[in-house]
Write a protein that binds this ligand. Structure first.
Ligand code: NAD
Ligand code: IPM
Ligand code: MN
Length: 367
């Protein structure tokens, strides 16, 4: 019997609602397999700040340090509410970025997936979806503008100024590129390299290193695309992409666009992988506009569990069953409010009902 410790950080806003559904799935996985999960809940995000004065308190750090994997709900407050917390203590700067840095989770995998049968979820025309969208965005997660040196003050002209630097070294670049090439090798052997080398020196270095790393993966075709043009292509011809790799900020923006072309950020799970530790979280935020209403889509959180099963616990077959169970619920014509627009023919269900239906489907699946 395997026993895994999972730190469960439900987070803010819709976090606790979607985490509850993900835990139902984990419990069923336990029942169906020779495995036990020791769930270790801990405060993280604005909720932790209000309780402990720290968005990533020491007690949570200790739990995360011990855990075999971390399941994290979204954190953060609305724009107005955020102002009630000092800027460096806000959950993004005070918890999320410190966690990424602490565990050096440099590789962020964000699947953008929509089968042809669910083309009606997307704002794109069915002919653009074609046989379906199946992209994995590989986002560098611990470098770039997010972690470069920062300076604010008053300049010589007496004006308030800010300086933020986009920094990468060759090791940071090559380690994420290796991850992307390895994934491309397992999939369609095509890698879209997204950059801005016509302006940014960081992209010039990135591409130089890519040419070196590419020699180790001769069977993978590399296609270069400038990030602005890639944004257009995601709307006009998303099916051209399979694996896309990019630096931190580009990945932040394009992955939310990924959610947009699917029809909802609720369809965006993710895995944040380091060499020693991994954590799993939806790509989206705490959705303060719909929090507490039992209408959020838990797909992103349950999908993050599936990614955890595969990456941290070597349970690829059960991970696939979880994906299939969720697709099965959609296949039966159900979804949460984000994807059931009036006239779409989709039957609207709550967060909780979605989780229950996934569990029901999974229960029927052979192991
Ligand atoms: P958001 O991603 O929270 O929401 C954007 C839109 O998508 C909203 O209309 C929301 O209702 C919808 N949405 C998001 N997830 C959904 C789901 N599962 N089901 C249905 N609809 C969903 O972005 P925002 O409003 O710009 O940010 C809110 C807060 O979240 C901010 O404080 C931000 O910093 C934080 N944030 C945290 C993370 C994270 O924890 N990794 C990621 C992104 C944003
Ligand atoms: C994400 C989020 C975070 C990011 C924020 C909340 C710091 O938008 O995970 O995509 O920008 O990385
Ligand atoms: Mn983001």
């Amino acid at each position: 019997m395997k026993n895994y410790k999972i730190a469960v950080l439900a987070g803010d806003g819709i976090g606790p609602e979607i985490t509850r559904e993900a835990i139902k799935v984990l419990k069923l996985i336990e029942e169906r397999n020779d495995v036990t999960f020791e769930l270790m809940p801990a405060a993280f995000g604005a909720c932790a700040y209000f309780e402990f004065g720290d968005a990533f308190p020491q007690s949570t750090i200790d739990i995360c340090d011990q855990a075999d994997a971390i399941l994290k709900g979204p954190i953060g407050l609305s724009h107005e509410q955020s102002k009630t917390i000092p800027i460096d203590k806000q959950p993004e700067r005070g918890a999320l970025l410190p966690m990424r840095r602490r565990y050096n989770t440099y590789a962020n995998f964000r699947p953008v997936f929509l089968p042809k049968a669910l083309a009606h979820f997307s704002p794109l025309k069915p002919e653009i979806i074609g046989e379906g969208i199946d992209i994995i965005m590989v986002r560098e997660l611990v470098g770039g503008l997010y972690f470069g040196s920062k300076e604010t003050g008053i300049n010589e002209q007496g004006l308030r100024y800010v300086k933020e630097t986009l920094e990468y070294d060759e090791h940071q670049i090559s380690q994420i590129l290796h991850q992307a090439f390895k994934l491309a090798q397992k999939r369609k052997k095509v890698l879209h390299n997204i950059h801005k080398s016509n302006v940014l020196k960081s992209s010039v270095l990135w591409n130089e290193i890519l040419d070196e790393v590419a020699k180790e993966y001769p069977e993978v075709e590399v296609i270069h695309q400038l990030v602005d043009s890639a944004a257009t292509n995601l709307c006009l011809k998303p099916t051209q992409f399979d694996v896309m790799v990019m630096e931190n900020m580009f990945g932040d923006i394009l992955s939310d666009q990924g959610g947009g072309i699917l029809g909802s950020l609720g369809l965006m799970p993710s895995a944040c992988i380091g060499d020693e530790k991994a954590y799993y979280e939806p790509s989206h935020g705490s959705a303060p506009d719909i929090a507490g209403k039992n209408i959020a889509n838990p797909y992103s959180m349950i999908g993050s569990v599936a990614m955890m099963l595969e990456n941290s616990f070597d349970m690829a077959a059960e991970a696939k069953n979880v994906w299939d169970a969720m697709q099965g619920v959609f296949g039966d014509g159900y979804s949460t409010a984000d994807l059931s627009k009036p006239g779409s023919g989709v039957k609207m269900i709550s967060t909780e009902e979605f989780g229950d239906k996934v569990v029901e489907k999974l229960r029927q699946m052979p192991r």
